[in-house]
Design a protein around this ligand. Structure first.
Ligand code: CA
Length: 326
């Protein structure tokens, strides 16, 4: 489907909001260039000068928060070769079944699908360098050091992954993660951190029970679209959270899109009325929305006046935003 972006329908309410700074979030580090969530990907991301670098957080068997996207190890490491007997009945290798020491012995590679094919075939293809899984503490220390060495203040954007699942396994991932954030001063430096989670109950708990005072972003996926379903539910969310992280596709009216027109979904206006930041995911230069160029996507983001975007390709998105602004 070719989308005619000239048909962007702008709503007066949207236009009345000031266009504040646009946050660029390095999604899983510089994951478009190096294996995601490795220290190398974080280091490269830092050199690309995003507003924030993202850390997905899961817990090991010995309760150490590590930076990894899945509760499984098999899509991004050689765990199946190294520990073939340690899969569960569903044939998955769970982070929570392995100690940090064991996980450190694994080699991280580009994300692969169940058939062993690289999910993004044109990304990093080397096979000799040994990338490893690192802890949240190691990532935070690295970013703090790079900020200090380069006189920058690039923020962090950790995601608490699957808190209900961790609880079922007897672990309180949020409390443990907050404790590490506290070790690095992030609980007293609200401008340097945004914490994100898909689980609204956990967002509420992090705010009310665990007392986190920094910015909280409620991620939105197919499973919790109802949060954006009414003016009242958006208002309730805004009492707890500072922002929402929807998919790019949740920004646009689907009926209008099927006609080739770009029209913001109604919830965007309500979210803005309630002061919620909007940080959509995930802009990938090698997996763009059908029929759109990167510049067309950044034009839409600018017109919608969202507050930022998660991207695997910080430099390309920056360049596209600059060309859009001209
Ligand atoms: Ca994430």
């Amino acid at each position: 489907m070719r989308v005619k972006i000239i048909n962007i329908i702008l709503i007066a309410v949207l236009m009345s909001f000031n266009c504040l700074a646009f946050d660029i979030i390095a999604h899983r580090g510089a994951s478009g260039y190096l294996p995601e969530h490795t220290l190398e990907a974080t280091t490269l991301a830092h050199t690309q000068h995003p507003s924030y670098i993202e850390q997905d957080v899961v817990l090991t068997k010995d309760d150490i928060p590590i930076v990894l996207h899945d509760i499984y190890l098999d899509n991004v490491t050689n765990v199946a070769q190294k520990f073939p007997e340690r899969a569960r009945a569903d044939n998955r290798y769970y982070v929570i079944d392995f100690t940090l020491k064991e996980i450190r012995s694994l080699s991280v590679h580009e994300r692969k699908n169940a058939h062993g094919k690289q999910v993004f075939p044109d990304r990093y293809q080397g096979s000799h360098a040994h990338f490893t899984v690192a802890t949240l503490a190691e990532h935070l220390e690295l970013i703090a050091q790079l900020n200090h060495q380069t006189q920058r203040s690039i923020g962090i954007y950790p995601e608490i992954k699957a808190p209900a699942w961790h609880r079922q396994q007897g672990k309180d991932i949020s409390a443990i993660t907050l404790s590490v954030l506290n070790d690095f001063g992030y609980l007293n430096n609200a401008s340097a951190i945004i914490l994100q989670c898909f689980d609204f109950n956990e967002i509420k708990r992090i705010r009310e029970e665990l007392g986190f005072e920094g910015k909280l972003v409620q991620l939105i996926g197919a499973q919790n679209l109802a949060i954006l379903g009414s003016a009242q539910s958006i208002k309730s969310l805004a009492e707890i959270a500072d922002g929402v992280g929807p998919s790019f596709y949740q920004l646009l009216d689907k009926d209008a899109l099927s006609q080739g027109n770009i029209k913001p979904q109604d919830w965007i206006i309500q979210a803005k009325r309630n002061g919620l930041l909007i940080h959509p995911y995930t802009l990938r230069a090698d997996q763009l929305p059908s029929g759109m160029s990167l510049e067309q996507v950044t034009t839409i983001l600018s017109k919608l006046q969202v507050d930022g975007v998660f991207t695997d390709h910080v430099p390309l998105v920056k360049a596209a935003l600059e060309s859009t602004a001209k």
